[in-house]
Design a protein around this ligand. Sequence first.
Ligand code: ZN
Ligand code: MN
Length: 486
Amino acid sequence: MPIELEAIIGLEVHAQMNTKTKMFCGCDNDAFGKPPNTTVCEICMGHPGTLPVPNKEAVLKAIRASLALQCTVNRENHFDRKHYFYPDLPSGFQISQYDFPLASKGYLTFDIPPSPRVGGVGGEGLEKTCRITRLHMENDAGKLSHLGASTLCDYNRAGTPLMEIVTEPDLRSSDEAVRFAEELRRVLIAVNASEADMFKGMMRFDASISLREKGTQKLNPRSEIKNLNSFKALGRALAYEENRLRKLWEDDGGPLKGSITVGWMDDEGKTRILRSKETADDYRYFPEPDIPPLRLEEEMLENTQKTLPMLPREQRKAYIAMGLSPAEALTLMSQQGLRERFDAIHTETADPKLASGMILTQLIGFLNVHSKTMASAPSSEEFIALAKAEISGRISSHARKEVLEKSVMTGRAPMEIIEKEGMRQISDDSVLEDWVAKAIAANPDAIASFKKGKEAALGSVVGWVMKQTRGQANPGKVTELLKKKM
Ligand code: ZN
Ligand code: MN
């Protein structure tokens, strides 16, 4: 009888925090689109004699993430120097946390939707929990670009605050690892600890995998896949490596003899061995002498806990209860800006349909069509004002859509567009009666078929009035007046 093997997978996740400044200096932490080496200073360049000072905003964000991951935040934790020599690290060491990390012993529960890939569990999905070993803070290194024989160094990223989140080996397949990582990303976004934009490399994974005979508890030597930058790469690399280890097991009659480190070659769809763990990393950790231990007040931790928003799994259920589809709920949670705006409109109007139309349909649609980012989206307050303008009858729903598109395209505030362009809804009966009379005269065919009993013909007459008034007529009133007139 063949032995049944199972995969044992654990992750190390690095996520950049969305702070204003870097981890230990005042440099701008948003280097996106800025020329190389323009957001740097002596501190993040690691010059001798400079003094790093921990960023309070980063510590608070890391605490929010720790609490959302149900970790114990260690009231006393400290920074250590982790030494290695590489051109992306000008000081020769990274400031990290080693034996006293910020937080430890948490967990994250995530969903595995029903799918034929998951053992054919029909209808019901599965719920899984992965334990979190620790969450610690550190600074990112610079970025190297290899061009032919030369290498270019950009230190804008050097000093960016990172959270490193390490899991227990609780994951059992590449699919589970990806589902976990996706849920983790939603949590970091929900607590506003990271933008976790995969395209900008804000979230990166190292994945460890080993095999064992099902039913045993032993942890065998593992293969660690370094530097995976997308969910797709994470899933493909783990699936490939699991297969490779299974074949090795068949050939050798057992697991790896020692742990190895491999790289994922995305173009080839293969892993490649970088080094075996015999030459174990020696980082010569020691306490960072320039930064005193962090002592966190119990009261501050309690207050931070109180400010945490609803977590994604709970929030997803709440959105679905409002009538959104599971896919729409996930879209809202993919960017903090979308969720904030949706929640703001919904809280103010108690109308999930309106909020979903404005955000999920129109805002996302206009951003895509005009190739804009969230930076071009009106603020929550501006969305509320726009929604209220429609509810009060000041503008029509047609005009609201037009105003929103113009606002996304030009960056002007919606209410300013309404003022300047005279986009008011016409609800005045006498004005509308004039338009109705004109519409009847201009659409004899449609009127005739309506009189013969074709209800739908009326729509085109109302449409004619809307077009002539540039969407400013109140369509409900126009319909009412038309019917009365005939
Ligand atoms: Zn700096
Ligand atoms: Mn790290």
